[in-house]
Design a protein around this ligand. Sequence first.
Ligand code: MN
Length: 362
Amino acid sequence: MKIEAGVATDIGRVREGNEDSYLVEPPLYAVADGMGGHRGGEVASQLALETVEELARSGTGSLADQVREANRAVFERAQGDPAVSGMGTTLTAARFEGAAAHLAHVGDSRAYLLRAGSFRQLTEDHTLVNRMVQAGEITREEAEVHPHRNVVTRALGTEADVQVDVEDVSLMDGDRVLLCSDGLFAMVTEEQIQAILETDPDPQKASDRLVKAANRAGGIDNITVVVMDAHDDGEEPTPPRRAGEPGSRVLARWLGGVAVALVVLTGAVFAGRGWVDDQWYVGAANGHVAIYQGVPAQPLGIHLSHVALQTDLLASEVEKLELYRNLETGINADDRAAADDIVAAMRRDLKASRHHRGANAA
Ligand code: MN
């Protein structure tokens, strides 16, 4: 197959920096969406893709090996540099070989395939909400608007080792593969993405239009897309594999396939602990308002949060105020300071309402 590609990345309309990175190094293509403050996200996504690019050029290991190596590189940098500690990144890559596309994936960026009018996601999101969907706790529609839809359960750079999903796709003439960061599909529906991909035959123009659509819808996140078209070039469809490859591929694919079940059962849910620990919310504990670190969800009964501070405010009192009636389910905070601010606001509002009631009574 001959591959023709287009690529576009944009900061979006809200963020102050672009923490997404992409790699277009035929026959290898990838997107990475970095996370972490102080430019950490930018460092993480760039370092991950540079590592994969270097290893791919020297032909070292499989694509999954290269992604695991990228994980180590980001992890070590994060450990060694306080300025970027806690950084991480998603990575979704496609390497074309003959009539096959080899995919490697970690995180919540996505790969899609458009083939003869059908559009389907090739990757599995490594997110808390996706796990809850698979456990039957929420629907796909609920996941899209869930307050914790951004919590990633697997990322590069947060642990010394990472499990990489792999998938091989046999390509057909006319196939169009899309790699994208969540800044696209968080803003634009899959139907809209498909419609754009179907109406613009030029991969570069299609890429530009996808980014434009995400920005028009609000552009709340960085947006990165790579569009790759496979054209039959009349050559030998699949080159003979090198000895030893099929075994490792099959094993890797098998690991990827049962990953969802194993991850939950073995408690590897904590592979993403770094990310879960970055979340804060205000809820109730022992009848009092409390600040929690983690997320309120309990997929499959696994607790993903703990009380960081129990206050003297009575939950029953605070819940009477319209603003805080959802206290029991948890009120989201961006960080610990924001959680403290919410508690301080509760204290003020409670005082004001008492004062108000007192004044009415008088
Ligand atoms: Mn993003």
